[in-house]
Design a protein around this ligand. Structure first.
Ligand SMILES: [Zn+2]
Ligand SMILES: [Zn+2]
Length: 532
């Protein structure tokens, strides 16, 4: 082989390699966009990637088909390709076929990953840090409703508020100490939790929660097959974001999936609604400072060990990553085609609501959903969180605020245009002493893209709409009556809505986002994380 021919061959190979590389790059560049309310993966990938559902004889079973392809990643791939290019040039007979095989592997792997990933894959270390836990079986939250047989004051809405509050408190306690929380923690956990390197844990935002396990005390009809312990046990999986502040200086943001096991004695009863949003003595409501360990200096009771209220028995971290969410990429929709998970009693329970309040029709409720939906698009696209404040619960607002703030900081925005609701299905109705909760599944479509503040298109498509579905849960106080409002006026005083961060009307000063006045959106769940 003469030199000229060899050069020519090398050039040809180089072009082939470049063409293949371009193909791979193009494949990776295909990305969709996000969705109002953090409908895009909260965590990136993790919350969306898993749980392939299978339906058999009406019962739902989850097989955690997660298998997130994590190791390797783009960084490793680049190194490998470079080696292969060298090989192709030096030993074409071996290098070229090998190269083709490797490229085919990456294309197939990329196809799988593009359905799953949502986090940026900036560094190989970060990629390796992600090991998605298999999503285990979940129980429908309606099972906890059985607690009301023994404890009529039990409210799922208030329970979930408490879970959020306890989770945030326990995360902070890792830095600031667990003494004040002694009544709410098992002694072992209180000891093991504190990390001496932490000065604080801040900005704790919960993106999603799932019920993994529930067993109630006798008399609450715990599900067949579960071992009834004398008390109540609830295991919850929580996806969250928080920032650790180190004593040595510096901060680090984490996305985490944690498991939290809550227990309480069979004799424990839910606290009254007025105390639902404060951590205090689980028995008498004295301020936490009144507690000496688990002993209350007011009521003189030992209030720990779940005797009077929920206690965190265990907290374990399933996975934790240091990467921030990638705002300009997203997973494809999964689950939009799957049938709606409808609770058996949903239609009948909605009729009961209507008997109580004839002004409440499904059509009127759909009108309310439509208003919230369109306000949400405006708030999201315009990065105006206050715009959606009147229509969402505190926890949901916190989560949305987090996302919108992240877009603002990243100097980009996720724009939705021509957003339209295609259909609304009734999925579930739950009523307790304080709230009625209606879960619907909405099918919608919109143009969805992300642009930088300079107007550069970062991801998504400016002309082709995408279709998706989500489960929305709206709540309203049980004593409230009347047709759901479809306009932007204060449901208490009728003034045009001017709502501050805390959800209070600036005219009548009443907090209108508790659901005491009109239906507010309290949860948005994706198809693959909604468990009923
Ligand atoms: Zn007390
Ligand atoms: Zn008002």
């Amino acid at each position: 082989m003469n030199d000229a021919r060899r050069r020519q061959q090398r050039t040809r190979l180089l072009w082939l390699v470049l063409a293949l590389l371009a193909g791979v790059a193009l494949f990776y560049a295909v990305s969709a966009a996000a969705r109002p309310g953090g409908g895009h993966t909260y965590s990136g990938g993790s919350s969306r990637s898993s749980s392939s559902r299978s339906y058999s004889s009406g019962s739902r079973s989850y097989s955690g088909g997660s298998s997130r392809s994590s190791g390797g990643g783009d960084g490793d791939a680049a190194g490998l390709i470079f080696q292969l290019v060298l090989l192709c040039v030096q030993h074409p007979a071996l290098g070229v076929p090998l190269f083709v095989i490797v490229v085919a592997f990456f294309v197939i792997k990329g196809a799988a990953a593009s359905r799953q990933k949502g986090w940026s894959t900036t560094t190989p270390e970060a990629v390796q840090a992600v090991e998605r836990v298999e999503q285990s079986a979940s129980v429908p939250r309606g099972q906890l409703d059985a607690l009301r047989a023994l404890d009529p004051g039990f409210s799922l809405v208030l329970f979930e508020d408490l879970v959020y509050m306890l989770y945030a408190a326990v995360q902070r306690a890792r830095a600031t100490g667990t003494q004040a929380l002694a009544a709410y923690l098992s002694p072992n956990l209180a000891q093991a939790l504190v990390n001496p390197h932490l000065a604080d844990v801040q900005g704790i935002v919960i993106g999603a929660m799932r019920y993994v396990r529930f067993s109630g005390p006798p008399g609450t009809q715990s599900p067949p097959g579960t071992q009834s312990s004398p008390g109540t046990t609830v295991e919850i999986e929580i996806e969250s974001n928080y920032v650790e502040v180190l004593r040595a200086g510096g901060t680090q943001r984490f996305y985490a999936v944690d498991r939290m096991i809550l227990t309480r004695a069979a004799s424990a009863r839910s606290r009254p609604k007025v105390r639902a949003h404060t951590l205090d003595c689980p028995n008498c409501g004295a301020p936490l400072e009144a507690l000496r360990g688990t002993e209350c200096s007011y009521c003189r009771q030992n209030v720990g060990f779940g005797r009077f209220d929920w206690m965190i028995a265990e907290l374990s971290n399933q996975t934790r990553e240091t990467r921030g969410p990638l705002l300009t990429s997203n997973v494809a929709e999964t689950g939009t085609e799957s049938p709606t998970i409808v609770d058996r009693g949903a239609a009948q329970k909605f009729e009961e609501l209507q008997r109580k309040d004839p002004a409440l029709s499904f059509q009127a409720l759909q009108g309310r959903v439509g208003l919230v939906f369109s306000e949400l698009q405006v708030a999201w696209s315009g990065r105006e969180p206050l715009r959606i404040r009147p229509f969402v619960s505190d926890n949901l607002f916190q989560s949305m605020y987090y996302w919108i703030d992240l877009y603002t900081q990243s100097r980009c925005r996720n724009v939705t245009e021509n957003a339209t609701i295609l259909r609304i299905d009734l999925a579930n109705v739950l009523s307790d002493a304080y709230f009625d909760a209606v879960t619907v599944r909405i099918f919608a479509s919109s143009i969805d893209y992300t642009i930088s503040d300079e107007g550069k298109l970062l991801s998504g498509n400016r002309s082709r709409p995408r279709t998706y579905s989500e489960y929305w849960t709206l709540i309203r106080g049980t004593t409230r009556r009347g047709e759901p409002r479809r306009d932007s006026a204060c449901p208490n005083c009728g003034a045009p809505l001017q709502i501050g961060m805390t959800g209070q009307c600036e005219y009548c000063r009443v907090k209108i986002t508790s659901g005491d006045f009109d239906w507010v959106l309290s949860r948005i769940e994706q198809d693959d994380s909604y468990g009923g």
